[in-house]
Unconditional design. Structure first.
Length: 505
């Protein structure tokens, strides 16, 4: 039974005073209550009885949020660099594009730092950034400003751009970073506002606004080119179900725009994947602003690689009959020898909870692992068969994750620190791990810097370092901890061939 709504006169009186810009951006709960009250009373009434002040209050809230946040969203234009013999608008190598230039490709970006860092979706850049020069337009400033990629992560589909002439730009334009919200309490039916650059029509710097509701949560990204892939080979985190779905229309070019709540906070980074892949055009998606998003954004702002967890198990869903009988969890079909789970889990076990959260499917399990960083301690609830009674017995175990292999180009400007010319990484970050039955110990040599001690010692990229002196190392952190205080020559045990390489200072 629904509660009795407030009298119409009371709702009308609450709408008589138009809110100020500052008040409207912070009144999400009041506006939602007003919207519900409006629906209760408007539907039974004819057109002459529509409570116009209530509708005006909702309209005013939308107008104020858009006005407060549109300067935090920019249009991105990508232009092929050439000298057009017909005197067209493309930039040459010395000049930016003209104001009326139509970009060869386009997207939207969100300002995330007052010094000129701009967040967008990586898929808008990944096949174009080497063939084009990228520019942005700010509101009320008739200039194309050149940007470059500071860092990009294919798994989260996020990229951060930086202004080439940041000091010049910030001396002329006061950049307003977008405030971030949180999707933890987000619910279906909440009103949302979109700001973006559909079909490059915002190339004048004035982004376009739209609105809708949250249609659903934890949606999977459309499959690439119509192909479904196993969970372990999904090309992005969002193919495991992390997206906000909205009925707001998101055309091509709106990828990288802002999805706002009525407080004026960004709760999602919009993506036009549905339109790009030819799926339902009425469905729009946004990358949720959650803990994983914030971690990735911080790493990208620093120019660093975003890393994701790896457990080292092969999983399968429970059978139809088990799920129909009320069982939940996932079954372990195999444990990779030498992986993080090798000494803790075994084939036939069932994982029912991750950090006390119930697991229903392989997709949920893969998402729970992939959202966490390497070195995270994952607490699992595992049901094992007792050989004596043949009954499932629950137990708890904690496993330290290593690093997941990520397919696709990973752009960074601040790499891992090097020691005497050596950069190392986890041995799990190679494509062959996905189909392997064993992971070799140690750390693999990712890069040898030229004209360094490592370069002259005969080390090669792809080799594994298993020991520093007599100390075994199995992660970059363990390796650097072992060498950081070493002063003289250091002995490294290297595989294959178990040779000893001495790195002089």
């Amino acid at each position: 039974m629904l509660p009795t709504p407030a009298p119409l006169s009371q709702v009308m009186r609450s709408c008589q005073a138009a809110p100020s810009a500052g008040q409207a951006a912070g009144r999400s709960s009041g506006i939602l209550l007003l919207f519900v009250s409006l629906l209760v009373f408007v539907l039974p009434l004819d057109a002459q009885q529509t409570p116009a002040p209530a509708a005006a209050a909702i309209e005013e809230a939308f107008v104020n949020v858009i006005a407060a946040r549109e300067k935090s969203v920019v249009a991105i234009g990508m232009f092929q660099v050439d000298n057009d013999p017909f005197g067209g608008h493309r930039p040459n190598r010395d000049q930016p594009p003209t104001l009326d230039a139509i970009p060869d490709a386009y997207a939207t970006g969100v300002i995330v730092d007052p010094k000129g860092l701009i967040l967008t979706c990586w898929h808008t850049l990944k096949d174009k950034h080497k063939k084009t020069r990228q520019y942005v337009r700010f509101a009320d400033k008739p200039v194309w400003w050149q940007v470059r990629i500071r860092a990009a992560d294919p798994f989260s589909d996020l990229a951060v751009l930086e202004l080439v002439d940041a000091k010049e730009v910030t001396s002329q334009v006061k950049l307003q970073p977008m405030p971030l919200g949180d999707t933890q309490s987000l619910r279906k039916g909440q009103l949302v506002i979109t700001l973006g650059n559909p079909y490059a029509i915002a190339r004048d710097g004035q982004v376009s606004a739209g609105w809708g509701i949250v249609s659903n949560l934890r949606r999977q990204a459309p499959p690439q080119e119509g192909r479904q892939l196993p969970n372990q080979r999904r090309p992005s985190l969002h193919h495991l179900g992390t997206l906000i779905q909205t009925d707001a229309k998101l055309n091509l070019g709106t990828s990288g725009g802002a999805l706002l709540n009525l407080k004026g906070e960004m709760i999602g980074l919009t993506t036009s994947l549905a339109a790009l892949e030819g799926y339902e055009k009425a469905a729009g998606y946004a990358i949720a602003v959650d803990r994983t998003f914030r971690r990735a954004l911080q790493q990208l702002k620093e120019g660093r690689e975003v890393e994701y967890g790896f457990l080292g198990v092969r999983l399968s869903d429970l059978t139809h009959y088990q799920r129909a009988a009320g069982w939940y969890g996932v079954r372990i079909e195999g444990v990779i020898d030498g992986g993080p789970a090798a000494s803790k889990l075994r084939t036939g076990d069932m994982i029912t909870h991750v950090n006390h959260q119930r697991i229903q499917s392989v997709t949920e399990m893969m998402r729970a692992i992939s959202r966490r960083a390497p070195e995270t301690q994952l607490r699992l609830t595992v049901a094992q068969t007792d050989p004596a009674t043949d009954r499932l017995v629950p137990r708890f175990t904690s496993i330290r994750l290593t690093k997941k292999y990520i397919a696709g180009e990973n752009v960074i400007t601040v790499p891992r620190p090097a020691w005497r010319g050596i950069r190392v990484d986890y041995t799990t970050v190679s494509a062959w791990v996905l189909g392997s039955i064993r992971i070799d110990p140690g750390v693999f040599v990712q890069q040898i810097l030229p004209e360094t001690a490592a370069a002259t010692a005969g080390l090669e990229v792809g080799q594994r370092i298993t020991h520093v002196g007599d100390l075994s190392v199995n992660s970059p952190e363990e390796f650097f901890s072992a060498v950081v205080d070493q002063q003289g020559p250091v002995r490294l045990r290297v595989e294959p061939a178990a040779e000893v390489v001495v790195i002089a200072p």
